[in-house]
Design a protein around this ligand. Structure first.
Ligand code: MN
Length: 159
């Protein structure tokens, strides 16, 4: 099964890089507020450049330059497509649903592209299923790396 990873990235602006393995690369979206398990919380997800699969393991501090700042692997696991349409086509059409099998994120999600904007902007929305929650904030409740158990502050401090 294909992998997914969510990297918490304390760059110029804190965000969560949501990445799905598709066609041998990590398709990527920057989610300023992070993903939510609450279907009522539609999270802005700005499409960014694809990354190599190996980047999904990165945890540490990026030095000067684009993306400078600390990164932790906030969640990871595997994913599978939902729906009849081939996933590539669903993404191209701007409406793709999938199921995540992570440590923190589980169950169905939808990415829906919005119109307008300089960069392609999407909404990341939890689908209603047994893993959906009303209220709560998984990024605040579970801030730690799923690899080391450290917070981004601890990694930034070199601990
Ligand atoms: Mn980033």
């Amino acid at each position: 099964m294909a992998t997914f990873v969510v990297q918490k990235h304390d760059a110029t602006q804190l965000h969560y890089d949501f990445r799905l393995e598709v066609g041998g690369v990590l398709r990527s979206w920057a989610v300023p507020r992070g993903p939510s398990l609450d279907p009522a919380q539609r999270r802005l997800a700005v499409e960014v450049e694809d990354h190599e699969l190996s980047w999904g393991d990165f945890e540490g501090t990026i030095g000067a330059g684009y993306g400078a700042g600390t990164v932790i692997v906030w969640d990871r696991g595997t994913w599978s497509a939902l729906g009849e349409v081939p996933f590539d086509r669903a993404l191209a059409e701007g409406h793709a649903s999938f199921e995540l099998h992570g440590e923190k994120l589980r169950g169905g999600f939808t990415l829906r592209r919005m119109h307008g904007g300089e960069k392609p902007q999407w909404l990341l929305i939890k689908r209603r299923d047994e893993f959906a929650r009303d209220g709560g904030d998984v990024v605040a409740e579970r801030p730690e790396s799923v690899v080391t158990g450290k917070t981004i502050e601890e990694v930034a401090a070199g601990g």
